[in-house]
Design a protein around this ligand. Structure first.
Ligand code: PLP
Length: 459
C-alpha cells in the first residue's frame, strides 16, 4: 500500500498503526498451506518464522479446520462462570499430561499477554490470601519480552519503553540477560552467565525477599534476544536462588514452549529446574485460534480455591471453539510426531545454516534450540560489530527475502544495541526437501544482502 494513500481509505489493515518505515512492502496473503503462503499477485513464500513463531503445525490443516467447524456447529459457546463443557475439560487434561508433574492445573487464556497477566495475578492473589501482602515486586531480564498489555509491557525488559511506562504502570526490577555471543570484557560465556545468575540473588537481597513475588524468564528468548537459550547451570542456579528466597519462578514459554525445542516444554530440558508456573500460547493454538495457558501446581490452585479463590476471568477464557481447536492441534502434534520432528529437522536446518555461515561473513552467530533458531547479522565477524543504524540489516533482509520467496521476521532491538537477527523457526511440519529449498533461498538472500551492505559500507 502506498502510504501516501492512507488518508483515502477507511479502516485499513492492522499495519496502518505501525511506523510507515516498517510496512513497505507487505504482501497481501490470500491462501496458506503447510509452510507456504500465497499472495494476491500469484507469488509464493516460505513462512521462515511461522509468523511470530506461532504456526507450529503448519498452515491449512484440514483436521483442525474440521474440528473447529464441528465445534461451532454443535456448541458454539458456553460460559465458564455458569456452565461446564467437555472441550475445556479435555484440553486441560491433555495439556497437563504433556506438561507432567507440578502442572496439574491449567488456566486457559486468549493469548500470551493475557496468560502472563493471569500468572502474575494468580501469584499475587495467592500471597494476598495467605497473608504475604508485601510480595509485589517482579524481577525480569533486560532485554526480554513478556507481552503487549500495559502490565506485561511494564515487566518487559526494554529501556526504550521507559518514557511510555514511567509513572503509567509499575515496572519490573531488571537484571541483565545472560547473553552468550557477546560477553563483557574479562568474561567467558560461562562466567558471565553465572554473574547474571548472581545478579538475581543480589537484586532479591536489595529488595528484600519478603517484597519479591516472582522472577519471570524466557527459557529461550524470543524476539528480544534472538533465540538466546538459557544454559542449564544458569537455570539451576536461578531455581536454587528462587527456592531459597521464596520467590516464584515463572517460565515464559509463550514462544519457546509447545514443542519448538523437541520437548513439550522448553524447560523439560532441565529436570532440576522446573518452573513454579509456566506460561504457554502461540504454538498451542498454532494460529488457528487465540489460545494461551498457565500451567500451575494443584496444591496452590486448590489451596487458593479454599480461601478466596482465583476469581479473575475474561469472557473468552476456555471458550469451546478455542478449546476444540487446541485439542485438535495437540492431536496433530501426536499424529505427525512433531516433537521428534522439531529435534530432527531442527538439527538438519542448523547444519544447513552453519554451511551458509561458511560462505556468508555477515552471519555472526546461529543460536537457538530445536526448530527455534536465530541468525545474527554482523558487519564484522571478528569484532562482532553490528551494522550502522542507518543501514538496518533486518529491514534489508526482510525486503530481499520477499523477492526470493521468503517471509522473514527480523529484529533490531534498541537500535542494534543487542544485535540484529532474523528468526529461523518454520512450521515443525517442514520436510528435509523444504529445508533445502529454504536454505537455497536464504543463500540467495544473503548474497544480495552482502552486495547491498558492501555498497553501503563502500567496501
Ligand atoms: C516471550 C513472549 N512472551 C509474551 C508474548 C506475548 O504474547 P501475545 O502476543 O500472544 O500476547 C510474546 C509474543 O511475542 C512472547 O514472545
Amino acid at each position: 500500500m502506498n502510504t501516501n494513500m492512507k488518508h483515502n481509505i477507511l479502516g485499513g489493515p492492522q499495519d496502518i498503526f505501525y511506523a510507515n518505515s516498517n510496512i513497505v512492502p507487505l504482501p497481501l496473503i490470500t491462501r496458506t498451506k503447510g509452510i507456504w503462503m500465497y499472495d494476491d499477485e500469484g507469488n509464493s513464500y516460505i513462512d521462515v518464522s511461522s509468523g511470530p513463531v506461532v504456526s507450529n503445525i503448519g498452515h491449512g490443516n484440514e483436521r483442525v479446520a474440521d474440528a473447529m467447524a464441528h465445534q461451532a456447529k454443535t456448541m458454539d459457546f458456553a460460559y465458564s462462570r455458569v456452565s461446564r463443557h467437555q472441550p475445556n475439560i479435555d484440553l486441560t487434561e491433555c495439556i497437563s499430561k504433556l506438561a507432567g508433574p507440578g502442572y496439574e492445573r491449567v488456566a486457559l487464556a486468549s493469548g500470551g499477554s493475557e496468560a502472563m497477566e493471569i500468572a502474575l495475578k494468580f501469584l499475587r492473589q495467592y500471597v494476598v490470601a495467605t497473608g504475604k501482602l508485601s510480595k509485589k515486586k517482579i524481577i525480569t531480564l533486560t532485554p526480554s519480552y513478556h507481552g503487549g498489555t500495559i502490565a506485561t509491557l511494564a515487566i518487559t525488559g526494554d529501556d526504550a519503553l521507559d518514557p511510555f511506562i514511567d509513572g503509567f504502570a509499575v515496572k519490573s526490577e531488571r537484571i541483565p540477560a545472560p547473553f552468550q555471543y557477546r560477553v563483557p570484557e574479562g568474561h567467558t560465556p560461562e562466567s558471565y552467565r553465572m554473574e547474571c545468575a548472581e545478579a538475581l540473588e543480589i537484586k532479591i537481597q536489595e529488595l528484600g525477599a519478603e517484597n519479591v513475588l516472582a522472577f519471570v524468564v524466557e527459557p529461550i528468548g524470543g524476539l528480544a534476544t534472538g533465540a538466546q537459550p538459557q544454559c542449564e547451570d544458569y537455570v539451576n542456579r536461578v531455581r536454587e536462588i528462587c527456592t531459597r528466597h521464596g520467590v516464584y519462578l515463572i517460565y515464559d514459554e509463550i514462544l519457546c514452549g509447545t514443542g519448538r525445542t523437541g520437548q513439550f516444554l522448553a524447560s523439560h530440558a532441565w529436570p532440576d529446574a522446573p518452573g513454579d508456573l509456566v506460561v504457554l500460547a502461540k504454538g498451542l493454538g498454532s494460529g488457528y485460534a487465540p489460545l494461551g495457558a498457565v500451567l500451575m501446581p494443584a496444591n496452590m490452585v486448590d489451596h487458593l480455591a479454599g480461601l478466596t479463590g482465583f476469581n479473575f476471568s475474561h469472557t473468552y477464557n476456555a471458550n469451546p471453539i478455542t478449546c476444540a481447536t487446541g485439542l485438535a492441534v495437540l492431536a496433530e502434534y501426536e499424529r505427525l510426531d512433531l516433537l521428534n520432528a522439531a529435534s530432527a529437522r531442527g538439527a538438519y536446518l542448523k547444519v544447513g545454516l552453519e554451511g551458509l555461515a561458511e560462505s556468508h561473513p555477515s552471519i555472526g552467530d546461529i543460536r537457538g534450540s530445536g526448530m527455534l533458531m536465530a541468525v545474527e547479522l554482523v558487519s564484522n565477524r571478528e569484532t562482532k560489530s553490528s551494522f550502522p543504524a542507518e543501514f538496518p540489516p533486518t529491514e534489508h533482509i526482510r525486503i530481499i527475502g520477499l523477492k526470493h520467496g521468503l517471509i522473514i521476521y527480523s529484529r533490531r532491538t534498541a537500535n542494534g544495541k543487542y544485535g540484529d537477527w532474523f528468526m529461523v523457526a518454520p512450521p515443525l511440519t517442514i520436510t528435509e526437501a523444504e529445508c533445502d529449498d529454504m536454505l537455497a533461498r536464504l543463500d540467495a538472500v544473503l548474497n544480495d544482502f552482502e552486495i547491498q551492505a558492501a555498497q553501503y559500507m563502500g567496501i
